[in-house]
Each structure stands twice: as structure tokens, then as C-alpha cells.
Design a binder for this molecule. Structure first.
Ligand SMILES: C[S@@+](CC[C@H](N)C(=O)[O-])C[C@H]1O[C@@H](n2cnc3c(N)ncnc32)[C@H](O)[C@@H]1O
Length: 282
């Protein structure tokens, strides 16, 4: 039940072409671990049958499941709490003041995985906006993985998932029991709009946003791809909006597009007005 080395090379190229994700050499065991469940799911006889289906472009649902399986979906509620502290204390107060007259806010959570990041933001907005019902708030959660988008739409999480990062009072306030699981309450779910969006090969325009979260995803792409993604994020952002990346990312590859905001800590960046965009793109 092993993939031949030429199959591994072919699969790596497929993942690079479709997702922009660099699998790298010597990742046979990764491919094996991710794709054996797909073989089982579709009751195929083994890697050879999977490969011939993929090469013949038969059964699009199998191809889709293969690409889904190659994404890394690690996430949690309030992941990296210091990012959420910066949002609470610096970013949101500034944006709410700037949008005080129009009372509308659009947040794009790009690469939202199973939805914890988008729902964490919705909970944070409940906390920091006293008259939230008077605002038009859209949190647009996008991802490439249809399985993850489905999970975000469902908004149902296991006990293990809610234990990771969620303060108990928020669980009680915003979730209700569904058997052994927890479901997001309707008012929170209504704030989150779920859409497919491929960061590398977009087929639709990105939402015009006041805030873009692009956390823990750039690492999977090579430098020119990262630059193209950052360029699109800048185009999507309103000029006084903010980009949030993971706190460990320096964003050096986007220094012609963004500058650090709020003193440079917290992974928060402002779009540069007079961009020298294109210098790093290739
Ligand atoms: C590690 S998760 C990060 C989730 C969340 N942003 C966080 O910080 O917890 C990376 C997500 O990026 C998504 N992804 C990978 N390649 C993508 C692409 N080309 N376009 C859109 N999303 C992609 C994966 O499906 C996955 O859900």
C-alpha cells in the first residue's frame, strides 16, 4: 500500500498547482498518511487505483478529497491569545471609532479552517461592541477545503475542540449542547458568512474588508506566492484597515505592501498607500 516515487512527484505537483502548497521531497510518508484514509473512504483497492483515477481526471469528488486531505487544518478558539488581545485593545477600538457613522464592519478571515477563528472574532465583537445590534457586521470566513467550509457552516464542535482556548463563560453564553457536542448559537452563526476562496488561484473577488486575518497559512507557500496573496489582501483592505498575520511572521516578503502597526508587535499591519508592489513579485 505504498505510493511509487513517480506517483509522489505527480501528487506533489498536483498539490502545488492547485493549492500552491509546497510538499517538498522526501514527504512520501506524509502523502501516505494523508491519502490512505481517502482510499478507504472511496473503497478503492489501493494507491494504484487512486492514481489512475486522478490521472484520468475521473470522479471529481475523489480529486477534491485528495486536495482536502493535503491541507493542514490545525486551529483552535482564540488561537494565539496575544493576537486577540491586540484586536481587543488596539485594532477594534480604532476601527469602531473610524466606522462610527456608517456602523458597518467587514472582516475577512482568509484560511479559516473549521471556523474557530471566525467564531472567536464574533465572540470578541459581542464583548467589545456594546450596541452590536445597531451595527452591520459581516465576518466572511473563506478556505479552500470544502470539508472545512462545511464544518464552519455547521458550527458544531467536540468537547475537545471547545476545551482548546475557549473560556468557560463564553461557552455558556454562545453555545448550546447538541448531544455530546456544542453548537454555536444562531446569533453568532448569523454573523459568519462562509465561502470558498483559493488564495493562490482565486476565481472570485475577495471581500472588501476593514480587517483581514491571514494567520498560519502563508508558511505553506513559496515567497512569490506569498507576495501575490499579500498583494490581494492589500487590494481587499480599505486604506485605513488592518491585516493580522500570525505573530511569528515578520512579513518581510510583503514589506513593499504593508508596514507594522501599533509599534510592530502583535502581527498587525497597515496597508501602504503608495505601494512599490511588484518589486518582489515574479
Ligand atoms: C493551519 S490552518 C490555519 C487556520 C486558522 N487561520 C488559524 O490560524 O488557526 C491553514 C488553513 O489554510 C487553508 N489553505 C491551504 N491552502 C489554501 C489555499 N490555497 N487557499 C485557501 N486556503 C488554503 C487550509 O485548508 C487550512 O484550513
Amino acid at each position: 500500500m505504498e505510493f511509487r516515487s513517480e506517483d509522489q512527484a505527480w501528487l506533489s505537483q498536483l498539490v502545488l498547482d492547485e493549492l500552491g502548497i509546497v510538499v517538498g521531497d522526501g514527504k512520501g510518508s506524509l502523502l501516505q498518511a494523508r491519502l490512505l484514509p481517502v482510499i478507504r473512504q472511496f473503497e478503492l483497492s489501493g494507491p494504484a487505483e487512486l492514481m489512475s483515477l486522478l490521472r484520468a481526471k475521473g470522479r471529481p469528488e475523489v480529486r477534491r478529497a485528495v486536495l482536502d486531505a493535503m491541507t493542514t487544518n490545525e486551529t483552535s478558539f482564540f488561537r494565539d491569545p496575544r493576537s486577540f488581545d491586540s484586536l481587543r485593545e488596539q485594532v477594534l477600538p480604532q476601527l469602531l471609532e473610524a466606522r462610527r457613522d456608517e456602523r458597518a464592519l467587514t472582516i475577512w478571515v482568509a484560511a479559516s479552517s473549521s471556523g474557530q477563528e471566525a467564531y472567536s472574532l464574533a465572540m470578541l465583537l459581542h464583548e467589545v461592541v456594546p450596541d452590536l445590534s445597531a451595527w452591520r457586521v459581516r465576518i466572511v470566513a473563506t478556505d479552500i477545503s470544502s470539508a472545512m467550509l462545511e464544518r464552519t457552516r455547521d458550527g458544531v464542535y467536540s468537547q475537545y475542540e471547545v476545551n482548546r482556548g475557549m473560556p468557560a463563560p463564553l461557552l455558556v453564553q454562545h453555545f448550546e449542547r447538541r448531544g455530546a457536542k456544542w453548537a454555536v448559537k444562531e446569533d453568532l452563526r448569523r454573523m459568519v458568512e462562509v465561502r470558498e476562496y483559493n488564495l493562490v488561484h482565486p476565481t472570485t473577488t475577495a471581500p472588501r474588508a476593514d480587517l483581514v486575518l491571514l494567520r498560519n497559512v502563508l508558511i505553506y507557500f513559496d515567497l512569490p506566492t506569498r507576495h501575490r496573496i499579500l498583494d490581494r489582501a492589500r487590494t481587499a483592505l480599505r486604506p485605513d484597515g488592518f491585516l493580522v498575520v500570525s505573530r511569528t511572521e515578520s512579513l518581510l516578503e510583503g514589506r513593499d505592501l504593508f508596514e507594522p502597526a501599533f509599534g510592530g508587535s502583535g502581527g498587525i499591519f497597515s496597508p501602504l498607500r503608495s505601494s512599490r508592489a511588484g518589486r518582489l513579485a515574479s
